[in-house]
Design a protein around this ligand. Structure first.
Ligand code: 13P
Length: 249
Protein backbone atom coordinates (compact mmCIF):
# COMPACT_ATOMS: atom_id res chain seq x y z
CA UNK A 1 0.00 0.00 0.00
CA UNK A 2 1.22 3.49 -0.83
CA UNK A 3 2.22 5.78 2.01
CA UNK A 4 0.01 8.72 1.23
CA UNK A 5 0.59 12.33 2.05
CA UNK A 6 -2.17 14.87 2.63
CA UNK A 7 -1.25 18.51 3.12
CA UNK A 8 -3.62 21.31 4.07
CA UNK A 9 -2.93 24.76 2.66
CA UNK A 10 -4.72 27.36 4.74
CA UNK A 11 -3.62 30.17 2.41
CA UNK A 12 -4.25 33.58 4.04
CA UNK A 13 -7.05 32.27 6.23
CA UNK A 14 -7.44 31.42 9.88
CA UNK A 15 -6.54 33.18 13.09
CA UNK A 16 -4.59 32.53 16.24
CA UNK A 17 -7.78 31.30 17.81
CA UNK A 18 -8.26 28.74 15.04
CA UNK A 19 -4.66 27.57 15.49
CA UNK A 20 -5.31 27.05 19.18
CA UNK A 21 -8.68 25.33 18.79
CA UNK A 22 -8.72 23.62 15.41
CA UNK A 23 -5.27 22.04 15.28
CA UNK A 24 -5.75 20.01 18.47
CA UNK A 25 -9.10 18.78 17.10
CA UNK A 26 -7.41 17.75 13.86
CA UNK A 27 -5.14 15.45 15.81
CA UNK A 28 -8.04 13.81 17.61
CA UNK A 29 -8.03 10.85 15.21
CA UNK A 30 -4.98 8.87 14.29
CA UNK A 31 -4.28 9.29 10.59
CA UNK A 32 -3.06 6.30 8.60
CA UNK A 33 -1.27 8.62 6.20
CA UNK A 34 1.33 11.35 6.64
CA UNK A 35 -0.47 14.65 7.20
CA UNK A 36 0.63 18.26 7.44
CA UNK A 37 -0.90 21.72 7.60
CA UNK A 38 0.69 24.75 5.96
CA UNK A 39 -0.43 27.73 7.98
CA UNK A 40 0.38 31.44 7.48
CA UNK A 41 3.99 32.08 8.52
CA UNK A 42 3.09 34.27 11.51
CA UNK A 43 1.34 31.26 13.06
CA UNK A 44 4.06 28.70 12.40
CA UNK A 45 5.73 28.99 15.78
CA UNK A 46 2.45 28.58 17.62
CA UNK A 47 1.31 25.75 15.34
CA UNK A 48 4.58 23.92 15.99
CA UNK A 49 4.02 24.27 19.75
CA UNK A 50 0.42 23.09 19.57
CA UNK A 51 1.36 20.10 17.40
CA UNK A 52 4.62 19.26 19.16
CA UNK A 53 3.46 15.85 20.44
CA UNK A 54 1.20 14.95 17.54
CA UNK A 55 1.66 13.24 14.20
CA UNK A 56 0.27 16.22 12.30
CA UNK A 57 3.26 18.03 10.79
CA UNK A 58 3.69 21.73 10.14
CA UNK A 59 4.51 23.32 6.81
CA UNK A 60 4.98 26.78 5.33
CA UNK A 61 3.23 28.22 2.30
CA UNK A 62 6.27 29.89 0.79
CA UNK A 63 9.94 30.60 1.48
CA UNK A 64 12.45 33.23 0.43
CA UNK A 65 14.77 32.43 -2.45
CA UNK A 66 17.58 34.11 -0.53
CA UNK A 67 19.45 32.63 2.40
CA UNK A 68 19.60 35.85 4.45
CA UNK A 69 20.04 39.57 4.21
CA UNK A 70 18.21 42.65 2.99
CA UNK A 71 14.94 41.03 1.93
CA UNK A 72 12.30 42.97 3.84
CA UNK A 73 9.25 40.89 4.64
CA UNK A 74 10.77 37.56 3.60
CA UNK A 75 11.24 34.41 5.69
CA UNK A 76 14.25 32.17 5.05
CA UNK A 77 14.32 28.39 4.88
CA UNK A 78 16.64 28.16 7.88
CA UNK A 79 14.16 30.23 9.92
CA UNK A 80 11.40 27.82 8.91
CA UNK A 81 13.46 24.83 9.92
CA UNK A 82 14.04 26.39 13.35
CA UNK A 83 10.25 26.24 13.77
CA UNK A 84 10.11 22.54 12.94
CA UNK A 85 8.65 23.08 9.49
CA UNK A 86 8.88 19.85 7.53
CA UNK A 87 7.40 21.11 4.27
CA UNK A 88 7.17 24.36 2.33
CA UNK A 89 4.94 24.92 -0.67
CA UNK A 90 6.83 26.51 -3.57
CA UNK A 91 5.43 27.71 -6.87
CA UNK A 92 1.78 27.76 -5.95
CA UNK A 93 -0.21 29.18 -8.88
CA UNK A 94 -1.33 32.08 -6.69
CA UNK A 95 2.31 33.05 -6.25
CA UNK A 96 3.11 32.47 -9.91
CA UNK A 97 0.29 34.72 -11.10
CA UNK A 98 -0.01 37.33 -8.35
CA UNK A 99 3.63 37.64 -7.38
CA UNK A 100 5.18 36.98 -10.78
CA UNK A 101 7.24 33.99 -9.63
CA UNK A 102 9.07 32.30 -12.48
CA UNK A 103 10.15 28.67 -12.73
CA UNK A 104 13.71 29.84 -12.03
CA UNK A 105 12.65 31.59 -8.80
CA UNK A 106 10.69 28.53 -7.76
CA UNK A 107 13.68 26.27 -8.43
CA UNK A 108 15.84 28.49 -6.22
CA UNK A 109 13.23 28.35 -3.44
CA UNK A 110 13.08 24.56 -3.68
CA UNK A 111 16.86 24.45 -3.37
CA UNK A 112 16.80 26.66 -0.25
CA UNK A 113 14.29 24.26 1.30
CA UNK A 114 16.38 21.17 0.64
CA UNK A 115 19.51 22.86 1.97
CA UNK A 116 17.62 23.54 5.20
CA UNK A 117 16.21 20.01 5.52
CA UNK A 118 12.68 21.02 4.46
CA UNK A 119 10.77 19.09 1.81
CA UNK A 120 9.61 21.47 -0.91
CA UNK A 121 6.13 20.83 -2.31
CA UNK A 122 6.67 21.97 -5.88
CA UNK A 123 3.40 23.01 -7.51
CA UNK A 124 2.78 22.75 -11.23
CA UNK A 125 -0.41 23.21 -13.19
CA UNK A 126 -1.89 24.53 -16.41
CA UNK A 127 -4.47 27.26 -16.92
CA UNK A 128 -7.84 26.57 -18.52
CA UNK A 129 -6.66 28.21 -21.72
CA UNK A 130 -3.51 26.08 -21.85
CA UNK A 131 -5.62 22.95 -21.35
CA UNK A 132 -8.08 24.05 -24.04
CA UNK A 133 -5.33 24.31 -26.64
CA UNK A 134 -3.84 20.96 -25.67
CA UNK A 135 -0.72 22.24 -23.94
CA UNK A 136 -1.18 20.67 -20.50
CA UNK A 137 1.67 18.17 -20.75
CA UNK A 138 4.05 20.71 -22.24
CA UNK A 139 3.31 23.31 -19.54
CA UNK A 140 3.56 21.05 -16.50
CA UNK A 141 6.50 19.14 -17.93
CA UNK A 142 8.47 22.34 -18.42
CA UNK A 143 7.55 23.67 -14.98
CA UNK A 144 8.82 20.46 -13.41
CA UNK A 145 11.94 20.09 -15.55
CA UNK A 146 13.28 23.57 -14.81
CA UNK A 147 13.17 22.85 -11.08
CA UNK A 148 14.57 19.32 -11.40
CA UNK A 149 17.44 20.47 -13.60
CA UNK A 150 18.38 23.24 -11.17
CA UNK A 151 18.31 20.87 -8.19
CA UNK A 152 20.22 18.16 -10.05
CA UNK A 153 23.07 20.63 -10.59
CA UNK A 154 23.72 20.62 -6.83
CA UNK A 155 25.71 17.53 -5.97
CA UNK A 156 24.99 17.72 -2.24
CA UNK A 157 21.20 17.76 -2.69
CA UNK A 158 19.02 14.66 -2.52
CA UNK A 159 16.21 15.12 -5.02
CA UNK A 160 14.29 12.17 -3.57
CA UNK A 161 13.07 14.47 -0.79
CA UNK A 162 10.95 16.67 -3.06
CA UNK A 163 7.18 16.45 -3.31
CA UNK A 164 5.34 17.40 -6.51
CA UNK A 165 1.79 18.78 -6.49
CA UNK A 166 -0.33 18.85 -9.65
CA UNK A 167 -2.73 21.74 -9.21
CA UNK A 168 -4.60 22.63 -12.39
CA UNK A 169 -5.27 26.36 -12.07
CA UNK A 170 -8.82 25.96 -13.38
CA UNK A 171 -9.72 23.59 -10.54
CA UNK A 172 -8.53 25.69 -7.60
CA UNK A 173 -11.00 27.20 -5.18
CA UNK A 174 -14.13 26.78 -7.27
CA UNK A 175 -15.52 23.34 -6.45
CA UNK A 176 -14.67 22.09 -9.97
CA UNK A 177 -12.06 19.44 -9.26
CA UNK A 178 -10.37 17.66 -12.14
CA UNK A 179 -11.95 14.33 -12.97
CA UNK A 180 -10.08 11.29 -11.75
CA UNK A 181 -9.11 10.57 -15.34
CA UNK A 182 -7.82 14.10 -16.00
CA UNK A 183 -5.80 14.06 -12.79
CA UNK A 184 -4.46 10.54 -13.31
CA UNK A 185 -3.33 11.42 -16.86
CA UNK A 186 -1.39 14.43 -15.62
CA UNK A 187 0.09 12.50 -12.69
CA UNK A 188 1.19 9.62 -14.93
CA UNK A 189 2.87 12.15 -17.20
CA UNK A 190 4.66 13.83 -14.28
CA UNK A 191 5.75 10.41 -12.99
CA UNK A 192 7.19 9.64 -16.39
CA UNK A 193 9.06 12.98 -16.40
CA UNK A 194 10.50 12.19 -12.97
CA UNK A 195 11.53 8.76 -14.24
CA UNK A 196 13.28 10.34 -17.22
CA UNK A 197 15.63 12.02 -14.70
CA UNK A 198 16.14 8.99 -12.45
CA UNK A 199 14.28 5.77 -11.66
CA UNK A 200 14.63 6.57 -7.96
CA UNK A 201 12.65 9.79 -8.44
CA UNK A 202 9.86 8.00 -10.26
CA UNK A 203 9.53 5.55 -7.40
CA UNK A 204 10.01 7.80 -4.39
CA UNK A 205 8.61 11.26 -5.11
CA UNK A 206 4.98 11.64 -4.02
CA UNK A 207 2.73 13.40 -6.54
CA UNK A 208 -0.19 15.14 -4.82
CA UNK A 209 -3.35 16.35 -6.49
CA UNK A 210 -4.71 19.79 -5.55
CA UNK A 211 -7.79 21.67 -6.72
CA UNK A 212 -11.16 21.48 -5.00
CA UNK A 213 -10.41 18.27 -3.09
CA UNK A 214 -13.28 17.50 -0.70
CA UNK A 215 -14.36 14.56 1.40
CA UNK A 216 -16.75 13.68 -1.45
CA UNK A 217 -14.08 13.25 -4.15
CA UNK A 218 -10.95 12.40 -2.12
CA UNK A 219 -11.31 8.62 -2.03
CA UNK A 220 -11.83 8.34 -5.80
CA UNK A 221 -8.91 10.63 -6.57
CA UNK A 222 -6.57 8.87 -4.13
CA UNK A 223 -7.49 5.48 -5.59
CA UNK A 224 -5.91 6.41 -8.94
CA UNK A 225 -2.57 4.65 -9.39
CA UNK A 226 -0.41 7.77 -9.71
CA UNK A 227 -2.16 10.02 -7.17
CA UNK A 228 -0.27 9.77 -3.90
CA UNK A 229 -2.32 12.19 -1.83
CA UNK A 230 -3.66 15.70 -1.88
CA UNK A 231 -2.89 19.37 -1.39
CA UNK A 232 -6.08 20.67 0.12
CA UNK A 233 -7.12 24.32 0.30
CA UNK A 234 -10.60 25.28 1.46
CA UNK A 235 -11.49 21.86 2.87
CA UNK A 236 -8.47 21.98 5.20
CA UNK A 237 -10.16 24.80 7.13
CA UNK A 238 -12.87 22.46 8.40
CA UNK A 239 -11.93 19.85 10.99
CA UNK A 240 -14.55 17.35 9.86
CA UNK A 241 -13.76 17.76 6.14
CA UNK A 242 -10.02 17.52 6.68
CA UNK A 243 -10.31 14.46 8.92
CA UNK A 244 -12.59 12.80 6.36
CA UNK A 245 -10.01 13.48 3.64
CA UNK A 246 -7.26 12.00 5.82
CA UNK A 247 -9.48 9.00 6.35
CA UNK A 248 -9.97 8.64 2.58
CA UNK A 249 -6.21 8.58 2.20
P1 13P B 1 -8.82 24.37 -2.96
O1 13P B 1 -8.73 23.02 -2.34
O2 13P B 1 -9.51 25.39 -2.12
O3 13P B 1 -9.35 24.31 -4.37
O4 13P B 1 -7.31 24.92 -3.10
C1 13P B 1 -6.38 24.11 -3.69
C2 13P B 1 -5.05 24.70 -3.48
O5 13P B 1 -4.71 25.72 -4.06
C3 13P B 1 -4.16 24.06 -2.48
O6 13P B 1 -2.87 24.55 -2.56
Amino acid sequence: MKNRLVVGNWKMNGSLELINTMLPEMTSQRAQCTAAVCVPSVYLARAAQVLADSELLVGAQDVSLAQRGAYTGEVSASMLSELDCRFAIVGHSERRTRHGETDEVIAEKALRCLEAGIRPIICVGESQQQRDIGRTAQVIGQQLDIVLDRLAAEAAISLERIVVAYEPVWAIGNGRAASVEQAQDAHAYLRQRLGAKAASLRDSVPILYGGSVTKANAADLFAAPDIDGGLVGGASLSVSEFLAILHAA
